[in-house]
Ligand binder design. Structure first.
Ligand code: ADP
Ligand code: ZN
Length: 622
């Protein structure tokens, strides 16, 4: 009975066919008045898990959310479905607050968003005690954990909900995976009796690729040209200067790119963020300061031009791509300098021993992921104790299995060059010696008389850099911080130098890297001959968006479905995924007319288009 209500809401209001497997179970539990802890990856559909029960149960659903920007987004999305949603926060005037409170008391609000500090005010708690409450949803529940990086002390106070409103079910939701965070959420929010719903953290629609060396900028541009001609995406790099330079360079290449970092003034930053959200196809070049609180569903790619400092950070940042479930790319390029930086950071750390061990482990894992020759996704998920039984088929290593080579002899040369020059020099100098470069500095130290001088001339400097990077990443060399980044042999280098152990390394072939790489077909959302219609639908969506993000009208996946189904009447239109009753009434005719008109005029040249159409639509995510 209840579930019929829930399903009815899903189909009529949201315009979707069915709940995702976990959603159904969670929604049933909350409708039954039970507490729940929900761990689900970004894009998994967490919002539905509290919105639907809030609509089914009597009274208002209170949603606790840490960021005003997120509240605005969610409320806009709900209002676009004709639901009574509101928020109360510090951006509002006293009068607006009073009006919203009055509506709340009248029982006119289905879902109310508040920040924790507001919720915990005595006045707010006493107001709520006079209302019928459907549930409390605690969004971004990992903010209650001191372990993570988003700790918010107000979240600690939320355990009062349990004491003051014992009859109201609570549902805590987060996309942060690890065991320790989970335990802290349960303890700090008094959720000991809650049912736990833990989904796999896999994001199957994201294709992971990690590239090494080469010209990162050019490689990125090639990647964008091949895969993302007009798509929105985020490019992360570490320094503000690099952000500025890269954004300017991308603009020169004809891209709409905007910089974003903490050193910019707040107005410009807000403007860039606004354009990213509202306009189609904007690229944001940012330091990691960008992302939290950005809920844009159609980010098609995330690029890293530096190694993130942990696998958690990598997962979180790449996770901003493809929230809508459509194919997306996570593309990274990194080099020797990244490895040196990470290693130095680790050695330089002033943290206590216990903390250092944790940091060490994190950096080691990130390097391990970067240098991996097997499935990236399996390794990424394993890091979060989430098992993927088979290789994924949707990462660079699965698609183009790397070739390994016996690097023992080359490694011996590289390591012995470090040894013979006294473990006092950095990579560039070592490479010069190996290549036998005629340099005053080398002669001054007498290294031109060493046995390693010139023994590596048959390889290129770039190859030696790669090799040194791999040796550092594998822990055979460490960095001496006092000595300006000189390389030092570690214990592990010994058996290699003595010929007691061999070394297999991943082959980096530069020429092959881009040309042979299989072009990503399934990132194209629509077949080439449907591109004109797709563009028209997107333009129509923007023209109807009234200054709000265009995806609030219809999401990309809804437009893709429209291109596929070509609805020409209301009944067909309501069968399109994401078209509920309200949006059908509001926008249905405009889109139907556009599709009719388009198909009428393009009938002549689409006679032989069928076959292509069939096989290049996107149901190819595996
Ligand atoms: P999360 O908060 O977990 O990142 P969202 O709640 O934003 O994810 O949902 C991600 C996307 O999936 C949204 O576009 C949402 O409308 C869509 N979605 C959620 N549940 C379903 C469903 N049962 N069927 C189809 N689409 C869904
Ligand atoms: Zn894989």
């Amino acid at each position: 009975m209840k579930h019929t209500d829930a399903l009815d809401i899903l189909q009529n209001i949201y315009g979707y066919d069915s709940f995702r497997p976990q959603q159904g179970r969670i929604i049933d539990a909350v409708i039954d008045g039970k507490d729940a802890l929900v761990l689900m990856p970004t894009g998994g559909g967490k919002s539905m898990c509290y919105q639907v029960p809030a609509l089914v149960r009597r009274g208002t659903g209170i949603v606790i959310s840490p960021l005003i920007a997120l509240m605005q987004d969610q409320v806009d999305a709900l209002r676009a479905l004709n639901l009574n949603a509101a928020f109360i926060n510090s951006s509002m005037s006293a009068r607006q607050v009073a009006e919203t409170e009055a509506a709340l008391l009248r029982g006119d609000i289905d879902l109310l968003y508040v920040a924790p500090e507001r919720l915990l005010m005595d006045s707010m708690l006493s107001l709520l005690s006079q209302c019928t409450l459907a549930l409390f949803a605690i969004d971004e529940a990992h903010c209650v954990s001191t372990w993570g990086h988003d700790f918010r002390k107000e979240y600690m106070g939320l355990s009062v909900l349990h004491e003051q409103f014992p009859g109201v079910p609570r549902i805590a939701l987060t996309a942060t995976a690890d065991q320790r965070t989970r335990e802290e959420i349960v303890n700090n929010l008094a959720l000991g009796d809650a049912s736990q719903f833990i989904s796999s953290f896999d994001r199957p629609n994201i294709r992971y690729a990690i590239n090494e060396d080469g010209n990162a900028k050019e490689a990125m541009l090639r990647f964008l040209d091949e895969n993302h001609k007009n798509d929105a995406g985020i490019v992360y790099c570490l320094s503000r200067k690099k952000v500025e330079d890269l954004a300017a360079w991308l603009v020169k290449q004809g891209r709409q790119a905007l910089p974003y970092h903490a050193g910019m003034d707040a107005t410009t930053r807000a403007e860039h963020q606004r354009r990213f959200l509202l306009e189609d196809g904007v690229i944001i070049v940012a330091t990691i300061a960008f992302g939290m609180g950005i809920d844009k569903p159609d980010v098609r790619f995330v690029v890293h031009l530096n190694l993130p400092k942990s696998v958690e950070a990598y997962y979180q940042e790449t996770g901003r791509a493809g929230r809508d479930g459509l194919p997306a790319n996570a593309w990274m390029s990194y080099g020797l300098q990244d490895v040196i930086n990470l290693r130095s950071m680790m050695q330089d750390s002033t943290a206590d021993e216990q903390h250092k061990r944790v940091e060490h482990h994190k950096l080691e894992s990130m390097l391990g992921l970067a240098e991996l020759s097997t499935c990236r996704r399996q390794s990424l998920l394993a890091y979060f104790d989430d098992e993927l039984p088979k290789a994924c088929g949707n990462c660079d290593n699965c698609l183009n299995p790397p070739i390994t080579w016996d690097a023992t002899e080359a490694a011996q040369m590289a390591l012995s060059c470090v040894y013979r020059t006294g473990q006092r020099f950095g990579v560039n100098y070592l490479i010069d010696v190996l290549m036998g470069k005629d340099a005053e500095r080398i002669r001054r130290f007498g290294h031109d008389k060493q046995s390693t001088f010139g023994i590596g001339a048959q390889r290129s400097a770039a190859d030696w850099r790669t090799l040194y990077r791999q040796l550092i990443a594998k822990g055979l060399l460490s960095i001496d911080l006092g000595g300006h980044g000189s390389l030092i042999l570690t214990e592990q280098a010994r058996p290699i130098l003595r010929g007691q152990r061999s070394l297999e390394l991943r082959q980096i072939s530069r020429s092959e890297s881009s040309s042979k790489r299989k072009k990503r077909r399934n990132v194209e959302q629509v077949a080439p001959q449907d591109q004109p219609l797709w563009e028209k639908l997107r333009a129509l969506r923007t023209s109807l968006s009234e200054g709000k993000p265009a995806y609030l009208v219809f999401s990309d996946s809804t437009l893709v479905d429209m291109v596929d189904q070509r609805p020409t009447n209301h009944e067909q239109m309501s069968a399109v995924s994401g078209v509920g009753k309200h949006k059908l009434e509001k926008y249905g005719d405009a889109f139907i007319n556009l599709i009719r008109e388009h198909d009428m005029f393009s009938d002549y040249d689409s006679v032989d288009g069928d076959e292509v159409h069939q096989d290049s639509t996107l149901n190819t995510i595996t």
